[in-house]
Ligand binder design. Structure first.
Ligand code: G
Ligand code: MN
Length: 228
């Protein structure tokens, strides 16, 4: 697994890392290629279990008190091992935020809300990933009542030059405050994007500007935080 930092700009601290699967196999260079192969081979459950075990193992090396964000495939929600209290990741559930992407179809999952409730019962928190990229964005909020909302990186891109996207983030920040959800913007690549997002009320950020996914828990270069 590679890990990418998630930061609070106001506090100038790393609050979490997102775990991202990586393969050394040239043909499997990107997660979507690995997921596609697993899907074709009928082995999505095996891949999901391997990812969750690997994260649980790496977590012992993560800085204390730091949360870990772990991506779920929609099909993982139908795998009983995800809900097993003795599974490796369940042991550290209180430190884990499970990301559910609205791009993955959640429609065909029976008892979705009951399943999410069971995950919360184990201590997991829930994030909606890539909000704003798919077709069902806001309905995913109503369906999952997530603890964390991750705005798709298309929202952050050049936001300093887009009054419209600034309005969207301000509105989302208000909505998230009202619903007691944490708002996070992904794909932050420049200082201008960082400063604009913070000014719009989104202080928890992730992106190449702060750190690329790396094999290990890397720190943030001190020049990335911007003006005090
Ligand atoms: O779907 P999800 O949000 O989990 O995808 C995260 C992906 O985005 C990872 O593969 C990661 O390498 C990539 N990523 C992370 N930060 C940035 C960024 O600042 N810019 C771009 N273009 N990609 C990023
Ligand atoms: Mn993600």
């Amino acid at each position: 697994m590679a890990f990418q930092p998630i930061v609070s700009v106001r506090d100038r601290t790393i609050t979490a890392y997102e775990a991202l699967m990586r393969s050394t196999d040239q043909a499997m260079g990107r997660p979507d290629l690995m997921l596609g192969a697993a899907e074709r081979l009928g082995r999505l459950d095996d891949l999901g279990r391997a990812v969750r075990s690997a994260v649980a193992k790496d977590a012992s090396r993560a800085p204390a008190g730091i949360r870990l964000f772990v991506n779920l495939h929609a099909q993982d929600l139908s795998d009983e091992t995800l809900f097993d209290p003795s599974a490796p990741l369940s042991q550290i559930a209180s430190r884990v935020v499970l990301e559910i992407t609205e791009r993955a179809s959640l429609d065909h999952i029976t008892d979705l809300q009951e399943r999410i409730g069971r995950l919360r019962g184990l201590g997991y928190r829930i994030a909606v990933d890539d909000l704003g990229a798919g077709y069902a964005g806001l309905s995913a909020l109503a369906l999952l009542e997530p603890d964390v909302v991750k705005l798709d990186m298309t929202i952050a891109r050049d936001i300093d030059a887009s009054a419209t996207r600034q309005h969207i983030v301000r509105s989302m920040a208000g909505l998230c405050t009202g619903m007691k959800m944490e708002l996070l913007a992904e794909g932050v690549e420049t200082g201008a994007e960082r400063d604009t997002l913070v000014a719009c009320g989104c202080d928890v950020l992730q992106g190449y500007h702060f750190g690329r996914p790396a094999f290990g828990f890397e720190s943030i270069p001190s020049d990335r935080w911007g003006p005090q």
